[in-house]
Design a protein around this ligand. Structure first.
Ligand code: HEC
Length: 123
């Protein structure tokens, strides 16, 4: 019997498994957030305009206020622009708030929220 294919498969599996945590207990790792003046300004603006509903760290303060922490930036920019343009027209407070932001603020605030952690026990 030729054992070479089995040896190859075994080695390949060992390499694949080496990258996995089989205990299932490892908490997810997060990129450390490098705060730039732009992100600092975005954070401050969000604390003033958004945190009442979306929380200081992006975890919604009520069941109907969505979490923004670790949301995808591109998705958030689109939603905020849709509120601004009236394409997403179902929530008047969000429309008014989104219209208070400049394009650059939409970009920077979305980026800041996307970098925030979303702990599993908040879901
Ligand atoms: C008065 C409360 C309130 C404030 C203040 C507020 N939001 Fe919201 N926001 C909501 C609610 C409620 C929704 C869900 C509305 C809907 O169904 O469209 C929402 C939706 C959103 C969404 C879409 C989320 C998704 O999953 O599609 C984004 C992005 C967002 N808000 C960003 C912001 C930002 C950025 C600010 C500050 C500049 C802000 N919000 C301020 C209440 C608020």
């Amino acid at each position: 019997m030729n054992i070479k294919p089995w040896l190859t498969i075994s080695l390949f599996s060992a390499v694949l498994l080496a990258g996995c945590d089989l205990s299932g207990n490892k908490s997810p790792e997060f990129r450390p957030v490098e705060m730039t003046p732009r992100l600092e300004a975005a954070k401050n603006k969000a604390l003033v305009l958004c945190s009442g509903c979306h929380g200081p760290d992006g975890i919604g303060t009520a069941d109907m206020n969505p979490n923004l922490a670790c949301q995808k930036k591109v998705y958030m920019v689109k939603q905020l622009n849709d509120y601004r343009n009236g394409l997403r027209g179902n929530h008047i407070p969000m429309i008014n708030i989104a219209r208070m932001l400049t394009g650059e603020e939409v970009d920077a605030i979305s980026e800041w929220y996307s970098l925030q952690r979303c702990p599993i026990d908040t879901f």
